[in-house]
Design a protein around this ligand. Structure first.
Ligand code: IPE
Ligand code: IPE
Ligand code: MG
Length: 238
């Protein structure tokens, strides 16, 4: 593979962090920060449309986030349901398919049902994709893939000697979605927090101190502009 000055990105993944701090700075309850953060999702979707980004993956709730106070978790799940209801029209208008990755079975039934309903109603769109990572963990995803591969090997469907990177990739939550080109994390934290460990191996990383509820179209455009200045080498020289 030759070195590439990237066009695109085709797929952007975002760790939407800083909702709690945004609320605290304003003297508001944390949940108000999450509500404000939901508004930023619309801005990110608009920016993706304008910038020609086909796939947007958003880290909405990690498999580790279940340890948060019960009221915050319940508030986030209720917000997810409200968000899906309120934004369904917008997804249709923008011909955007909704997908989900993560241990979706962990979600409370009302949120899970709403998610399934909107995924079904947008399943025919192919131009743009919004992928929500919910009860998602990168290690959990790889472990879930390993378990399924082991079960299929036991059933005689897979030869253990043939298991390679493609086998693992094919058993992840959304194997048809291309790897992210650009990963953005807001709020100044410089870590992955178990996000897309497999898929981000060659992504470009962009960290911004902006808190997620303050993130707008211009912030995504700035990240994309920086991405386009980078040189992706994929192990090659140049
Ligand atoms: C990100 O914002 C949203 C979720 C993890 C659900 P946080 O809630 O982590 O906000 P901070 O990091 O406490 O500011
Ligand atoms: C990562 O943010 C998860 C999401 C944005 C959903 P966290 O706020 O949970 O990450 P840590 O705990 O600071 O690493
Ligand atoms: Mg956080």
């Amino acid at each position: 593979m030759t070195s590439t000055a990237p066009a695109g990105p085709r797929h952007v993944a975002i760790i939407m962090d800083g909702n709690g701090r945004w609320a605290r700075r304003k003297g508001l309850p944390r949940l108000r920060g999450h509500e404000a953060g939901a508004e930023s999702i619309s801005a990110a979707l608009r920016a993706c449309r304008d910038l020609g980004i086909q796939y947007l993956t958003l880290y909405a709730f990690s498999v580790e986030n279940w340890v948060r106070p019960k009221a915050e978790v319940a508030g986030l799940m209720a917000l997810l349901r409200r968000f899906l209801r309120a934004r369904e029209k917008e997804l249709h208008a923008n011909r955007t398919r909704l997908r989900a990755i993560g241990r979706i079975g962990d979600l409370p039934a009302p949120a899970r049902k709403e998610l399934q309903r909107v995924m079904d109603s947008t399943a025919h769109f192919t131009e743009r994709h919004l992928v929500l990572a919910l009860s998602y963990g990168g290690r959990a995803e790889i472990a879930d893939a390993a378990r399924r591969i082991a079960a299929r090997a036991k059933a005689g469907e897979i030869d253990p000697a043939s298991v390679d990177e493609a086998t693992i990739a094919a058993h992840l939550y959304a194997p048809d979605i291309p790897d992210p080109d650009l990963m953005i994390r807001t709020s100044g934290e410089i870590r992955l927090s178990n996000f897309l460990l497999w898929q981000l191996s060659y992504a470009e990383f962009y960290f911004t101190p902006t808190l997620w509820p303050d993130f707008r179209e211009a912030d995504l455009a700035a990240a994309v502009e920086e991405y386009r200045r980078r040189h992706r080498r994929f192990g090659d020289i140049g």
